[in-house]
Design a protein around this ligand. Structure first.
Ligand SMILES: Cc1cc2nc3c(=O)[nH]c(=O)nc-3n(C[C@H](O)[C@H](O)[C@H](O)COP(=O)(O)OP(=O)(O)OC[C@H]3O[C@@H](n4cnc5c(N)ncnc54)[C@H](O)[C@@H]3O)c2cc1C
Length: 532
């Protein structure tokens, strides 16, 4: 049997997938009966403006050995080998450690590190400061409805990590071949099969929460012990090696190996790690606002006259602008079609915004972060290496005060922000727990507001109609990536303290669900290698 990977097969809107075999046969100049099997490996929507949107497929096609194929294919149809790995290799045999390996944090990095370690039968304990999904969902709902924050159980802390209340977008720029393995496990845990083939896969917070619960059950069945409300408050180091963890300020757990997957929002833990001598460095990140438009408007901008076509999903966008004289870039990030803007603080007295959507993305609004790059020298005056944590808190505190000190977020019409107007009337937004009119220039550094204003005008050239009376800006957005990095040795351990495997977004090596999961896998594989 010959197996081909064929890309760039197009269907126009209205054409059904049953036509794919006919198109493939015509491209390959073979009979439709020569196709023994055909599988969709990638499906994308090409909706570049000014052109009729169409669907583009990559297919795996099996034909019998004696089928004659043309020597060359048309331009745009590539024949390529499948490089993704849908299985994790079982590495060398390992000497089981004397003490269980501890994983701190049940976000994507911690969960996937645990999965790989559990697959190898390594005794394992997963510690999570937050609560299980069921309790966490109630706490988050209470925060959004009444502004009551639970500092240990919220949008950032708890089972599933920071992305649990999210759009569950699974896009990642990484070429890591284990991406497909991560998606395969997510499908086994209940994610839709489409995440395997969609070019822009997403799960939605409603489905994602079910997936995380199934992943918890699977881990437990594989022998992993999981403890919630287990906040690691200190690290005991002897001879530059980790020897114990302190949980909830009283319980000591002896350890030799720990995967540190604590995300980017555990400021208290980073300060403690710094105090204990873990080597870290400041890194650039980004800050800005969330922008919200009616989804219908975004559909019109992106799809034009095809905006109501039933085959087209709620439209997305990604726009960038380089503000060269300010030496800044402005870009959209984590766009949530049909979603809501949400408050997502973990510590009392700060306002942080982000976005989420349900699986159907059926909400009335479209939102996205619009952020400006923040350089290390922008926050150098706050000290190193943790100055970035202080810097972002400064603006999150201003947002809290400007929102009325009750977790409502400061908000402004985009056109008023562009004109530097004071707080004015705002329309309806999706923001939970509520938006308060404010002058947003007061809750961000000047270089950010200047760049955002310039960037928005550039975006409007690329997406005419982006600047509109109907758009709101809500502040502040500070969590696109971590402002620090924990330095690692080539074998994955902390550069300064043996036995600690820092990974995921907070350690500064990932940004997003998939890349964090992949970095968790890498940490586990390194740990296994070191045990071999
Ligand atoms: C609202 C929101 C929406 C998002 N949407 C998307 C999206 O659609 N797609 C995408 O790719 N990314 C999204 N992200 C980003 C994504 O969630 C993160 O990149 C990802 O979760 C990082 O994974 P992680 O495992 O490194 O850390 P986290 O997910 O942050 O997990 C860290 C975990 O460690 C726990 N922890 C911290 N300190 C301690 C301690 N001392 N003791 C015990 N436990 C501790 C925390 O409670 C947390 O559960 C979103 C983020 C947010 C906040």
């Amino acid at each position: 049997m010959k197996v081909l990977h064929l890309g760039g097969i197009k269907l126009t809107l209205g054409e059904g997938e049953e036509l794919l075999a006919k198109k493939v046969a015509s491209i390959l100049d073979i009979s439709i009966n020569d196709i023994v099997a055909m599988e969709v490996i990638r499906k994308a929507i090409d909706a570049r403006r000014h052109k009729p949107p169409h669907l583009v497929y990559a297919l795996r096609i099996s034909v019998s050995e004696d089928t004659k194929l043309p020597a060359e294919f048309n331009e745009g149809l590539q024949l390529s080998a499948q490089k993704d790995k849908s299985e994790i290799p079982l590495l060398l045999s390992v000497c089981p450690p004397n003490l269980p390996v501890v994983v701190i944090g049940s976000g994507p990095a911690g969960l996937f590190a645990s999965y790989v370690l559990a697959l190898r039968g390594i005794p394992l304990l997963l510690l999570e400061r937050g609560t299980p999904i069921e309790k966490r969902t109630k706490d988050v709902q209470e925060f959004w409805e009444e502004g009551v924050l639970n500092p240990q159980s919220n949008v950032l802390f708890g089972e599933g990590g920071a992305g649990t209340f999210s759009d569950g977008k699974l896009t990642s720029r990484t070429k890591n071949p284990y991406s497909s393995w991560v998606k395969k496990i997510l499908v086994e845990m209940g994610a839709p099969q489409t995440i395997i083939t969609d070019a822009k896969p997403h799960i939605g917070t409603d489905r994602l929460r079910e997936v995380i619960v199934n992943l918890r059950k699977k881990l437990i069945a594989m022998g992993c012990a999981i403890r919630f409300s287990a906040h690691v408050t200190d690290f005991v180091i002897s001879r530059e090696t980790i020897s114990a963890l302190i949980v909830n300020e009283k319980e000591e757990i002896k350890i030799n190996h720990v995967v540190l997957a604590i995300g980017q929002s555990a400021d208290d833990t980073y300060w403690k790690l710094f105090e204990r001598g873990i080597k870290m460095e400041a890194k650039p990140f980004a800050m800005g606002l969330r922008v919200e438009h009616p989804q219908e408007l975004i559909n019109s901008i992106q799809y034009g006259k095809w905006r109501n076509h039933p085959q087209l999903p709620p439209a997305e966008y990604f726009v960038t602008a380089s503000i060269s004289d300010l030496n800044r870039s402005v870009y959209t990030f984590c766009m949530c079609p049909g979603g809501s803007v949400i408050g997502c603080g973990a510590f009392a007295g700060f306002v942080i915004t982000n976005g989420m959507s349900n699986a159907k993305r059926s909400g009335e609004f479209a939102n996205s972060a619009i952020v400006v790059n923040v350089r290390v020298d922008d926050f150098a005056s706050h000290g190193q290496p943790l100055g970035g944590l202080k810097f972002r808190q400064l603006w999150e505190k201003k947002a809290f005060l400007s929102g009325g000190s009750n977790y409502q977020a400061p908000a402004q019409k985009m056109i008023d922000f562009l004109q530097g107007k004071p707080a004015g009337i705002i329309g309806r937004t999706s923001f939970l727990p509520g938006a308060k009119p404010a002058a947003l220039q007061e809750v961000l550094p000047e270089f950010v507001t200047d760049s955002l204003r310039r960037g928005l005008r550039e975006f409007n050239k690329k997406m005419p109609g982006f600047i509109t009376e109907d758009a709101h800006l809500i502040g502040v957005e500070t969590r696109t990536s971590s402002p620090l990095r924990i330095c690692r040795r080539s074998d994955g351990q902390s550069k300064s303290i043996g036995g600690i495997y820092p990974c995921g977004e907070g350690a500064g090596y990932a940004g997003g669900i998939i890349s964090s999961a992949l970095d968790g896998i890498k940490a586990a594989q390194n740990l296994i290698l070191n045990l071999s």
